[in-house]
Design a protein around this ligand. Structure first.
Ligand code: AMP
Length: 195
């Protein structure tokens, strides 16, 4: 199974992604996680991405396409994968098409979690408060100003991907505003219908 998980920050991609990788025995390819690791390790990519990420803006297509191209060369992706946080622009989606075509593989589905913006702000504020209460480090971009930028970036640069994948016939839209279990069940039903 090869999936893209599409949705704004706070839509539940992390939670649903965890369940999908467990259920289908596939790996998660999260460009956000890979970039945060690069920032922490102070690699050249990390140094280029650090401030851009903290502001809540998108790093260049060239950087993330390179990261995904390298990651797709590793053996653990053979059983399938979930792309989480990639693609985020139409140029990235087109590059992904080329990367997959070069490997003779295709996406099975693009699962879009749809959540209203007013709910997203609330969800992320709750997540920050809970993490702070547990004494956990919060992300550099989990603050109101960067969050607003991340939502703007989603609306302007990433939301057009729905139409891109709808046109290809791979888009599966899911209501992300019901309970976590209900979202999981809805994704399950859609994916089963594809088999
Ligand atoms: P995420 O963990 O997916 O919310 O990503 C955190 C941050 O990493 C984003 O706000 C961007 O700055 C950067 N990032 C992650 N994935 C991408 C991508 N596909 N394209 C551009 N920037 C990205």
């Amino acid at each position: 199974m090869r999936l893209v998980l599409l949705g704004p920050p706070g839509a539940g991609k992390g939670t649903q992604g965890d369940r999908l990788i467990e259920r289908h025995g596939i790996v998660r390819l999260s460009t956000g996680d890979m970039l945060r690791a690069a920032v922490k390790a102070e690699t050249p990519v990390g140094l280029r991405a650090k401030d851009i990420m903290a502001r809540g803006e998108l790093v260049s297509d060239e950087i993330v396409i390179g990261i995904i191209d390298d990651r797709l060369k590793e053996s653990d992706v053979q059983n399938g994968f979930i792309l989480d946080g990639f693609p985020r622009t139409v140029a990235q989606a087109e590059a992904l098409d080329r990367l997959l075509a070069a490997r003779g593989i295709k996406l099975d589905a693009v699962v879009e979690l749809k959540v209203d913006e007013s709910i997203l702000l609330q969800r992320i504020e709750t997540r920050i408060a809970e993490m702070t209460a547990r004494g956990e480090a919060i992300r550099a971009d989990d603050n109101p100003e960067s969050l607003k930028k991340r939502l703007d970036a989603y609306r302007v640069q990433t939301a057009p991907l729905s139409a891109y994948y709808a046109k290809k016939g791979t888009l599966q839209e899911i209501d992300g505003m019901v309970s976590i279990d209900a979202v999981t069940a809805a994704i399950d039903t859609k994916l089963k219908a594809l088999q």
